[in-house]
Design a protein around this ligand. Structure first.
Ligand code: HMG
Length: 395
């Protein structure tokens, strides 16, 4: 093994839309037993985005909050990657919008990474390698995962929507999670499980097949990780990509079966090893690229202090597909750092929208997409200001 410097996630921040739909109400409106959504899928709420809450404003607000709460400065950043599969332009990358809105240095590499829900992980692991290679020259990386997840109204995928952004500060001597550099397990295969053709606002999905693709990819990536990482401390917790809570339960069973454990033993360990990571995902929904990092944020929010010095597993899946399993160690002062970050505070101002309000917002989505580009960019800045006030960042 190489002797890499200590590299990983130093700080984390979220941004979420103002509104959410309660899934009991959605089930009733669709004539479905609420227990199917609550227990069958393991979902409680889904965040819904208004036209002024697109992946740019959500991503910029998460990053603004990251700088404000962590004490880092935009001047520290030499690489900015935005992972998204719901960008506002086919050519101009979301990272360029953020570069302007955040005031990042001109000597900064910016780009957007697209690979369904894997785009954020592609950004994170790229940032880690950029630092390990020496290219960073002491600078930090900003990785932003930002998406608005949409399926057709009334479809089976509808209760698994969500929206939000997670911003990660990646640097040497990280205070939250030190990533095990060069020790990832990878799996890729060309599958048609979930896709969104050009000009489609809503994703298309072969739902049950996508679940099987996720589990096959987990088996491939975890098997590769075990070969690459060899023996090490046991994983105290594992965060999975969470399209909905039940998927994490299926994943945990599947992974532990590879370690020779029974389904019953996997379910017993689930409450301790996985459930703390599912609180925020169950209140926000699937946020695609940010989903795994929302699970990690949830875990740190609940247990950072108790987990100091311990090893956690991370599993990222992106349809299409590519998956990666890797591990990190929670820093010795992560509890105090996570408390200062107030990770879940952005959820405080959210309010419940009726199903009628949600459907009306969705109808306005198409018009929001047809904004002319220059006007859209100006509006993005204006919207950012109003959202900054909303999130209380200047207070
Ligand atoms: P469905 O077909 O409507 O649901 O859609 P189902 O009939 O399979 O039922 C779901 C579960 O609820 C089942 O439990 C039922 O037994 C249970 P399971 O067998 O799975 O353990 N159930 C009930 N439980 C309690 N009370 C009841 C009741 N009725 C049924 N009354 C599906 C489910 C996930 C397919 C759908 O929501 C969907 O298509 N979602 C979108 C796709 C998705 O999330 N796929 C996940 C893997 S792919 C992925 O994660 C990538 C992704 O994030 C995209 C990216 O990479 O960019 C999606």
């Amino acid at each position: 093994r190489h002797d890499f410097p200590r590299i990983g996630i130093d700080a984390i921040a979220l941004a979420v839309p103002r509104r959410f739909v309660d899934l009991t109400e959605l089930a009733e409106a669709r004539g479905i037993a609420p227990s199917k959504y609550l227990t069958g899928l393991g979902t409680r709420r889904m965040a819904i985005a208004a036209p002024d809450e697109d992946p740019i404003t959500l991503g910029a607000n998460a990053a603004r909050r990251l700088f404000q709460r962590s004490g880092a400065s935009p001047a520290d950043i030499g690489l900015c990657v935005v992972g998204t599969e719901t960008a506002v332009d086919h050519a101009k990358p979301a990272a360029s919008f953020l570069h302007g809105l955040l005031g990042l240095p001109s000597a900064c590499r910016v780009f957007e990474a697209k690979h369904a829900c894997f785009g954020g992980t592609a950004g994170l692991l790229n940032a880690v390698d950029w630092i390990a290679s020496g290219s960073a020259r002491g600078r930090a990386a900003l990785v932003v995962c930002s998406d608005v997840a949409r399926y057709a109204l009334g479809s089976a995928g509808e209760p698994t929507q969500g929206a939000g952004a997670v911003a990660l500060l990646v640097r040497e001597r990280p205070r939250l999670v030190e990533i095990e550099v060069g020790q990832t397990g990878t799996y890729a295969r060309d599958v048609y499980d979930f896709w969104r053709p050009l000009h489609h606002k809503e994703a298309l999905v072969d739902g049950h097949y996508s679940v099987q693709c996720y589990l096959d990819a987990l088996a491939g990536a975890y098997g590769d990780w075990r070969r690459v990482a060899g023996d090490g401390d046991p994983l105290a917790r594992t965060c999975y990509h969470v399209p909905y809570g039940k998927m994490a339960r299926k994943a945990h069973r599947h992974r532990l079966a590879m370690d020779g454990l029974t389904e019953q033993a996997a379910d017993e360990s689930f409450a301790v090893e996985v459930e703390p990571s599912l609180d925020l995902p169950s209140r926000i929904g699937n946020i695609y690229t940010g989903s795994l990092y929302l699970a990690l944020a949830s875990l740190l929010n609940a247990e950072a202090r108790a987990l100091e010095g311990q090893r956690v597993g991370l599993f990222s899946y992106g349809s299409g597909c590519c998956a990666e399993f890797f591990a990190g160690r929670i820093g010795p002062e992560a509890g105090a750092v996570a408390a200062a970050l107030e990770i879940d505070a952005p959820l405080d101002g959210c309010h419940r929208a009726s199903v009628a309000e949600y459907e009306a917002l969705r109808k306005g989505d198409e018009a929001a997409d047809r904004r002319p580009a220059p006007e859209g960019a100006e509006r993005a800045a204006a919207r950012l200001d109003s959202r900054v006030v909303y999130l209380g960042l200047d207070s």
